[in-house]
Write a new protein. Structure first.
Length: 112
């Protein structure tokens, strides 16, 4: 009797047939991945810009005279980027889903 770990390991290394469900999953990943990468990049950039703005406003970096106003402006730009990240992600994902919907559905509807 094989344990669960042995069975998972065996399943991982056995050659799998390219079923229609596997093809549909690969298309789904191809559909979602660019939107996900875009969301991560925009979120990280927004968070970094927000952090730079906070550092400027607190006087950790930058000139003493212009630090606070410049930090507030830079911080607000970072807040704006982080705030619009999710709506941009949803819009981008919905457009990709419209593009790939017919291909995924045709793979799922085809007969074996």
């Amino acid at each position: 009797m094989l344990s669960l770990d042995e069975e998972k390991l065996r399943d991982e290394y056995t050659v799998k047939k390219n079923t229609r469900l596997e093809r549909a999953r690969k298309l789904d990943i191809r559909c979602r991945m660019p939107a996900l990468v875009n969301a991560y990049v925009l979120g990280v950039c927004g968070a970094l810009i927000l952090g730079i703005g906070m550092c400027l406003a607190m006087g950790v970096i930058g000139a003493p005279g212009w630090g606070i106003p410049l930090g507030i402006v830079v911080g607000l730009v970072g807040v704006l980027l982080v705030s619009i990240n999710y709506p941009i992600y949803r819009t981008f994902l919905n457009r990709r889903k419209e593009k790939y919907a017919s291909a995924i559905l045709s793979v799922l509807n085809e007969k074996d």
